[in-house]
Design a protein. Sequence first.
Lengths: 647, 489
Amino acid sequence: MIHYTPYIPLFPFIAFVINILFGRYVRKGAALISIAASLAACAVALPAIAYVVHHGAYSVQTEWLLLGKKTLSFGVLLDPLGCVLLFVVTLIGTLIQVYSAGYMHDDAHFSRFFAYVSLFMAAMLTLVIANNYLLFFMAWEVMGLCSYLLIGFWSEKNSAADAGRKAFLTTRVGDIGFFIGIMTLFAGAGTLNFADLGHAAHLMENTPLLTAAALLIFCGTVGKSAQFPLHVWLPDAMEGPTPVSALIHAATMVAAGVFLIARSFPLFEAAPDAMQTVAVIGTMTAFMAAFIALSATDIKKVLAYSTISQLGYMVAALGLGGFAAGTFHLMTHAFFKALLFLGAGSVIHGCHTQDLREMGGLFGKMKHTAATFVLASLAIAGVPPLSGFWSKDEILAAAYTAHNPVIYWTLALTALMTSFYMFRLVFMAFFGKPRNPKIHAHESPAVMTVPLWLLAIGAVLAGIPGSPFMHHWFQNFLAGGVHAGGHAAGHGSEHVIIPFVVATSLAAAFGGIISAWFLYLKNPGLPAIISRVFRPLYTASLNKLWFDEIYTILFIRPFGAMSRALYRIDEQVIDYLVNKTGLATARTSRIKGWIDKHIVDGLVNLTGWTVQLASALVRLLQTGYLQHYVLIAFLGTIVLFFIELRK
Amino acid sequence: MQTHLLSWITFTPLAGALLVLLLPKNNSRLIKSVATAATLLTGALTVKALTLFNAAEPGFQMIEKAVWIPQFNVHYYLGTDGISFPMVFLTALISILACIGSFGIKTREKEYYFLYLLLETGMMGTFLALDLFLFYIFWEVVLVPMYFLIGIWGGPRREYAAIKFFLYTLTGSMFMLLGILALYFKSEPHTFDWVRLANAGFDPGFQKIVFLALFLGFAVKVPCFPFHTWLPDAHVEAPTPISVILAGVLLKMGTYGFMRFSYPFLPDAAEWFRPALAILAVIGIVYGGFVAFAQSDFKKMVAYSSVSHMGFVLLGLAAFTSDGFNGALLQMFNHGTITAGLFLLVGVLYDRAHTRDMGAFGGLSAVTPVYAGILIFFSLASLGLPGMSGFISEFMTLLGSYTYSKLFTGLACIGIILAAAYLLTMIRKVLLGPVNDKWKGLTDINLRELITLVPLMAFILWIGVYPKVILSYMASSVQVLLASVGGVS
């Protein structure tokens, strides 16, 4: 079965082709086609993963492009790291598509939706099994396209159309960095294969080029995984249908940035400055996004900022050298965050609003949604033994063993905030009394609730393979891979439970839940008072730290002004000069024509002929100067030509 | 036929043009059929040549050489190699599609198709001629029909645009002619022969002057900043199929001139002018992108995007690396297919709505979904989405120029972001947002229009996914060119 690995992305790609070309004939069958393709991909992927677990990495490649004397080969690499992603993407992708069949049931562009989702799956799966940066980048960009198309899926809404464009352009800024990074690597080491990265890092060791390459590649992560300062697109991306938010903007695509760092780990390890930057950016992002999530009132916006924050967590983990920790959190997060988004989708489906302030008391009306949502919230808050606890604990442990107290305590504080805003959401939406009597919530159909429960199983159990109960099987599996070779073993402490870290983590989790309970269930009047007391902080959080406004002033407006100014220069300077030159030439030729006509008697015959010809052409062109000029220039050349020949 | 294949390719359109002249003026159907048949036949001959083409051979193939004007040592000399053949193929392809795209033209059809076919002969000859005198004749043959095609069948300001195009190009080609004559008189014995001139080894001072003269001729055609202002006017006024030819083939004549003549004849000067070329390229890329972003006229936006994308070709040429040269040549081909598609699509919209103001549209994706899908496809190709051809060639040129100058490469990358900005903004304005009631009745793209677009899409995807095939046709000749200018592989 392992030899069929290269064909995994082909199944969803075929589904894409069928659905995009024959959408109007297959109609609701589009969902079946896409889901079947996903299941087929699972059927090939799961045995392949099993193979890698038992026999180690698998790779194969074929020649694709000649670059100078080097050939660039495209191929497949399935190592333990890739297996983790492959597992997550096929499984969660399939579940979300099943859910979408229910969620999108009445949409006018049902088949187009599934076409885009299938194309996304194909691109994401290609990215996961790609063996080199170029193929990776190509899949990465196609994913970005799908993200663009799906964010703007309801494009008749201006906000959706704008959000799609914003997402594409913002991530493209990061992608250009990534692109230059790839070139830097290729110029420096002559290879783009992931398997040769260790060697490449060795070749470029201690050169500024290595740090530059690593940081430029990291730019890709900053864009795709919505890290500071390019995180602004992800909250807007919530304009897309909710299953898309779950699949692309929470579980898989945005995590690809984290995957990129993990893939490039040998480079980063050899460039300590780059590592430091990664850790700092990740930590900043984690904290900042959690801070903004505290005051958000749109259920999807809370989750969007939460995603940014959790991605920051993963990036920070990798920056601290916690290869296994970051990858582990990527996996657990995929389960519980997909579940949270699908739960939110079910809530929106059931009560037709996204505003938390209008919800309340939904638990009684939507038991399945509420129960699974609470489970996912417990997981992200880090309550043991749910999945989030184990992975978050690993990350804190990585910060702790890296002896970086600032990062450690920032991340711990972020954990507290995470637990708080999640349970603020839970208490506002599902508990207490209904705030808006007009909302008649109802539970979603089974096609939506069954995937919720299946994901809930993942959210609860996904942490176990990395826990002491299974002797840190997950970390050891990763360490056996191509990349984790030296370093995961080096951080032996990762696998030991550090009591101090566990205590911090537990305090953060329960502290957040209890304070949320106290503020939003016990004393519902209190949050308003607190927001008045800490008004500057509250406004800052509510206004998302004014990033959009600042970017508008700093970049968007100058960009427009610049393009208009250059256009004016083009028209009023360059073209003006051109027109003036033309007119001046014409005038000269007219004067010369006058001289010819009235003074040079000897050339009367020639003149007469010229005028005749010119006037014949004038009728065609309705202007008199050009031909004259052309003729003179041409005759002159011929005369010169003959003079030279006579020599 | 096999022995004079290149002559057949060059003159079949001319034969078609003469045949069109003999047809009755009112039988528009017959005229169109004959013209299309002529372009199709030329296409078939080109495919035939493709099957005979030996990709491993770096030098010229299918050579035809005969004495033409013995007094001046002028030869009728045709030949093709890996540099010119992709352009010949592109010309044949675009000519067929633009001919089908011309069916919408209703006035003075006989003259139109006569000039159109004459234009094709000129373009083919320009790419195949290996004698400078012959080359110059074909180069000027292109100019005349183009002038009339814009000036008679164009938009409201057609006369201004046509004259501007004519004057600009003619001024350029005057300098080029001087350069050609200088080469002729400097060589001993006097010759226009490509092979002799390439081996002449002129002294560097002379090279610089001639390079500059040829540069002016070629740069206007590319168009290279700051000689580009004829382009937006010509494009906006030209009828759709002529815009397609203009962007698809004519612009490439300029960059082809660099590769075919300036570089091999004047390697020292090429080296000397390299920084200047790179700077102009980067200015073109960034400046073109910004100005494209400022446009509200759809067609003008595509026209300025050409300035930006052709900048990549120049950047690749300034790189003096195998990736840069191959990338530049491939970018010429890819820009030809992608921009031709975009102009066709502008035409589709203009034929129905009679406006090109992007702000006047909105929500067309709901009204004309197939058109929307295809427009998005070509936009993505143009903004360099991987998996499509534009990405490969831009990647290669940038990779090539990276070893030359990191700064220029980095600046050129801004152009990639700009391309995404103006193309997505165009999509946002035209296709997305609420449906504008005014356009509710717009009909979707028809079969004839699809026929003109689908082949282009096939090439874009094919090269984007598997570029090895087309590159293998170019590689060996490009390697020779690289060696002649002393570049690194």
